[in-house]
Design a protein around this ligand. Structure first.
Ligand SMILES: [Zn+2]
Length: 140
């Protein structure tokens, strides 16, 4: 295998591992929510879109939370710095963004509240926003 492709394969494996594993960012947000007494589902398959999951869900309240990694979801504040196979990565990120948009539109059409947060936001801010959304939904 040419050196360039070997490097790509290694990078791809690392990235896939990062995606599959519960990352620290997700765990931090979840533990704050848990500490506030919330009970929720994690990696919840979206209704009617079973192959896509949201990171945290309150199915009874129809609230879906997505905790988006800056690299994978194409955060504009943190553009990806990929030196090799740039096109491959940018296309992949584009596909992720398109899928994110489809998932958001799909859930909204079903009457769900969709909350999306970036990895670069603080876990406290995110937990605060989720807390407000849950209280509002419960009150209404
Ligand atoms: Zn970011």
């Amino acid at each position: 295998m040419p050196l360039d492709l070997q490097a790509t394969a290694a990078v791809r494996r690392r990235m896939q591992r990062t995606v599959r594993e519960d990352n620290a960012f997700e765990r931090e947000v979840r533990s704050l929510l848990f500490g506030r007494g919330f009970r929720y589902r994690i990696h919840y398959p979206l209704p009617g879109m079973k192959r896509t999951t949201c990171d945290v869900a309150f199915p009874g309240l129809r609230i879906a939370v997505f905790l988006d990694g800056c690299f994978w979801h194409g955060c504009t504040a943190h553009p990806p710095s990929v030196k090799k196979n740039t096109e491959f990565w940018l296309e992949k990120i584009d596909r992720n963004r398109a899928r994110d948009a489809r998932a958001t539109a799909h859930l909204a059409a079903l009457g769900w509240t969709v909350l999306r947060f970036w990895e670069h936001e603080t876990a406290e801010d995110i937990a605060g926003a989720i807390t407000s959304a849950v209280s509002c939904t419960k009150a209404s």
